[in-house]
Ligand binder design. Structure first.
Ligand SMILES: [Zn+2]
Length: 284
C-alpha cells in the first residue's frame, strides 16, 4: 500500500503479476507489524453502475481498500505505507485430490522441493551428488533471489520447480497453450533455458521408474527462476519442472496433490540416480 486518502481509504499497487479484473469485491489482509488487518476492495453496486459502452478493466490506482476507518489518521493507526497486502482466501479442499488456495504459485514449488529433499535424505547412504535446495525471493518481480543463489551455489545442474498452466478448463485454448491437465503429472519442458541433456536424463529416470509426466515447451523463456539461473557462471545446465495449476495468479489457484507427490518423488529419484562425475556438458 502506498497512500491513504482523507477518508481513510487505502491505495495500493502490485508486487507481481496480478489481474485487476479479479480484484474488486475481494477481502484482503494488510500485514502490519505482525498483525493482519482485514480490508475490502470496494466495488460500486451494480445498480449504481453506468453500464453504457464497453467496460474497461480498472487501473490499479482506481481500486481502493476499505478497512472501516473514518479518516486518514484513524487508518494510519492501524496500517502503514509499505505494508504488504494479500488476498484473504484460504486453502481448502475443492474435491478429492484437488485443493484451492491463493499463491499456490509458488508455495507448492517450495513444498515439493522440501519434500524432495526429505526423500533424498532418506536415500543418503547411496547418494553421489551434493544437493543444495533453495527457496528464492522475488521471482515475480525480477528473478532476484534466483540470480543470487545461482551465482553463489554454482551448481553443475539446477532443477527449478514452479507452476505451469493447466489448460483443462473451458476458457483455455489448447491450440494456443497446449494440453496440460491436473493430476496427469508434472510438466517437463523443452526449449530455451532447458538444457537438452538434463531434460533427457530426467525423462530417462521417469521412464525407468514409471513416473507419469506431461510435456511442455518454453519457446523463448520459461517465466521461472530457470531464466536467471542458467545465465550464471558462464552457463548452468538448468531444467524447469512445472506443477499443473488452474487459475494462476488468482485468489483461487487449484492444484492436484498427486502432481506434488509425483514431482517430489521424481526429483528424489533423479538425484539418487546421479553419478559422482556426471556433468551435463554437450561435447564439441
Ligand atoms: Zn507466478
Amino acid at each position: 500500500m502506498h497512500y491513504v486518502d482523507d477518508r481513510g481509504f487505502v491505495y495500493f499497487t502490485t508486487v507481481g503479476g496480478s489481474d485487476p479484473l479479479l480484484a474488486r469485491g475481494q477481502r484482503v489482509r494488510i500485514h502490519h507489524q505482525g498483525k493482519s488487518v482485514l480490508g475490502l476492495i470496494g466495488s460500486l453496486a451494480i445498480h449504481l453502475q453506468d453500464r453504457e459502452g464497453k467496460q474497461e478493466p480498472p487501473k490499479w490506482h482506481e481500486l481502493f481498500i476499505d478497512i472501516g476507518a473514518r479518516n486518514q489518521a484513524e487508518a494510519l493507526e492501524r496500517v502503514s505505507i509499505g505494508d504488504l497486502v494479500t488476498y484473504d482466501s484460504g486453502f481448502a479442499q475443492l474435491h478429492g485430490e484437488l485443493w484451492v488456495g491463493r499463491a499456490c504459485d509458488d508455495r507448492v514449488g517450495a513444498f515439493v522441493v522440501a519434500e524432495a529433499l526429505r526423500r533424498t535424505f532418506a536415500r543418503r547412504e547411496t547418494l553421489q551428488a551434493c544437493v543444495v535446495a533453495a527457496s528464492t525471493i522475488q521471482e515475480e518481480n525480477g528473478l532476484f533471489g534466483a540470480t543470487m543463489v545461482g551465482y553463489s551455489a554454482q551448481p553443475d545442474a539446477a532443477l527449478v520447480v514452479d507452476v505451469g498452466h493447466a489448460t483443462d478448463i473451458p476458457i483455455a485454448d489448447k491450440k494456443r497453450h497446449g494440453d496440460v491437465q491436473l493430476g496427469k503429472g508434472p510438466i517437463l519442458s523443452r526449449g530455451s533455458v532447458n538444457h537438452p541433456l538434463l531434460v533427457r536424463r530426467l525423462a530417462e529416470v521417469a521412464g525407468t521408474h514409471g513416473i507419469a509426466y506431461q510435456q511442455g515447451i518454453d519457446p523463448r523463456r520459461s517465466g521461472t527462476d530457470a531464466d536467471a539461473i542458467f545465465l550464471q557462471r558462464g552457463g548452468i545446465a538448468t531444467a524447469a519442472l512445472g506443477i499443473p495449476n488452474r487459475y494462476m495468479h488468482s485468489p483461487v489457484e487449484v492444484v492436484h496433490l498427486q502432481d506434488l507427490e509425483t514431482l517430489a518423488e521424481w526429483l528424489s529419484l533423479f538425484l539418487g540416480d546421479l553419478k559422482r562425475d556426471e556433468r551435463f556438458r554437450q561435447a564439441w
